[in-house]
Design a protein around this ligand. Sequence first.
Ligand code: ARG
Length: 461
Amino acid sequence: MSLWGGRFQEGLHPAFDSFNRSLPFDRRLWPADIEGSRAWARAHVAAGSLSTREGKRLEQSLAKLAKELSKDDSSLRASAAEDIHSYVESRLVDDLGPLGKKLHAGRSRNDQVATDLRLYCKQRVTELDATLVALMAALVTLAEREATTPLPGYTHLQRAQILTVGHHALAYVEMLARDRSRLADAAKRLDECPLGSGALAGTGFPIDRKALAKDLGFRRPARNSVDAVSDRDFVAELLFVAGLSAAHLSRLSEDWIFYASQEAGFLELSDAVTTGSSLMPQKKNPDSLELIRGKGARILGRLTGFLACLRSLPLAYNKDLQEDKEALFESLDTWEACLTVARLCVEGARFDAARLEAACLSGYLNATELADYLVDKGLPFREAHDQVGQLVRLGLERGEELAEIPLDLAREISPVLDKAFVKALGIDAVLAHRRSQGGANPRLVKREVQRWKKELAKEKP
Ligand code: ARG
């Protein structure tokens, strides 16, 4: 059954029919479409444009359909309907006859689809938030276990200063916390009900839109009917939130792919998230992390693609807007899968403490510490920096780390040096010295772990 046959004499060309139909992808909106339709029936009863009995029968039929679909959606999958709205209405007419045809009065698929999609997003935001929290919790657990495990920190991918595995993991927890707050912020803005806006100009029935919005769990009705049916900012925002968070996951992947390389050897991923090679028997490849990195690109593509679509649209509804759904569904599904697989990677990761310690002892990661040491002895920092630079050069020539250079030779470059400097350059001393708030000092990292644990415990249902 088509919703709009009256004006037409001929059917659609099959090629255009499949081009036009959205049911193959918008069918996942069925719970929202049924919920919205039930609320619309109630709103009509309240407005006096449907009798209480009619409203009840419509609601019962919709509830029956929901029950059927949650058990078995094969009729939905097999349907030739144009979209989910046509499908639900056709089932209503099949069930109730003429009464089924009454429900759409004063409503358009334009306000209907905007409402359905917002209801869907609200539900997805809750699920995605929980998935974010689960990954954060896994990272916090890792940070607790490895709060004191040293890790070479890099800038420009050159060894820079000593960190700990825990401190590095908590950096990603910070990013994910910002992703959560962006998600919550987007959710606040999308929490408006378009229903009752009609096709674009409002509805001719005395619908109480405030009550309708409340009935559907929205904060308030959308204020402007033209905006209500044309606005897809909320889709673009969620694509951005997903895209940025996926970028965070991609950076984590990038770090860990390197850590898992033989060159670094800092980390071994579990068998559950790695694959072998069909040819090379020795291989254990970090496909999970590579796919997280790769799939993030899709979300960015969806974001830019959808913004390009949106920017060219005159008000109000245009069919281009139907493109919102595949962009949204694919991006949120992909983001969710990336979050889940990232959590599995984190949960199964084994860091090699001996290898990490050895790595922290080579490559002059303690050069800054030595400069600080000289400053403590009274040298201006610039001079200290220069002297340590010369010591590094000497070390490179002699094949020695800073602490290995014989004191008499070192003193030729830096006369204030005493023999205590060797101890000051040890991993533990260097880490303990990074004591400013937010620094890599294990004591501070442990404190942060406790703070995060408390914060995340609040989220448990
Ligand atoms: N399937 C359509 C969409 O997703 C529903 C709205 C159709 N509205 C219309 N005026 N043709 O956007």
